[in-house]
Design a protein around this ligand. Structure first.
Ligand code: GDP
Ligand code: MG
Length: 162
């Protein structure tokens, strides 16, 4: 069975950037515009000879209406499809209400998930750890998806438990 990894988080935290790193494809719409990915998007990657599938999502912001609620729905479907969820937050922006809402949802789901502090190229790692401590999710990965920093270590560890 090929493990399926869903990338979940509010808009603009770096999900599509990480998707591109993990799949070596440029298919996801990566942009400054929040929530450009309108649908679930699947990609394939490999660690050594072990393949995996990654799902990119449009993001959950917490107060969805219209197209945004459709995107949130896609994120929820992606979580259902996944073996493991990578819950991305923006370490530079700090903790937001949307992050807290997503954390709550993941706790209820009972699906395996990991907290991923992205954009650590712009912040002190310890400060970021402190900012997000109230989510109560231990063992966060620290990455800078835009540079690929910490990404292979993270995917290696995540796949080991699949
Ligand atoms: P998404 O909405 O969660 O898919 O976020 P995107 O992947 O589209 O990224 C949103 C913005 O954050 C883009 O301008 C990215 O270049 C930027 N970004 C993503 N990862 C990093 C990172 O590790 N460091 C920094 N400084 N910026 C990042
Ligand atoms: Mg995106």
């Amino acid at each position: 069975m090929v493990p399926v990894i869903a990338l979940v988080g509010r808009p603009n935290v770096g999900k599509s950037t990480l998707f591109n790193q993990l799949t070596r494809s440029r298919d996801a719409l990566v942009a400054n515009v929040a929530g450009l990915t309108r649908d679930r998007k699947y990609g394939e990657g490999k660690v050594g000879s072990h393949p995996y599938i990654v799902i990119d999502t449009g993001g959950i912001s917490g107060d969805e209406e219209g197209i945004d609620s459709a995107m949130a729905e896609q994120s929820l479907l992606a979580i259902n499809e996944a073996d493991v969820v990578l819950f991305l937050v923006d370490a530079r922006a700090g903790l937001t209400a949307a992050d807290e809402m997503i954390a709550l949802h993941l706790r209820k789901q009972g699906k395996k998930y990991h907290l991923v502090l992205n954009k650590v190229d712009r912040v002190d790692a310890e400060q970021a750890e402190t900012d997000f401590a109230s989510l109560g999710i231990g063992g966060a990965y620290h990455i800078a998806a835009v540079h690929g920093r910490g990404v292979s270590n993270m995917i290696n560890n995540v796949l080991l438990e699949c």
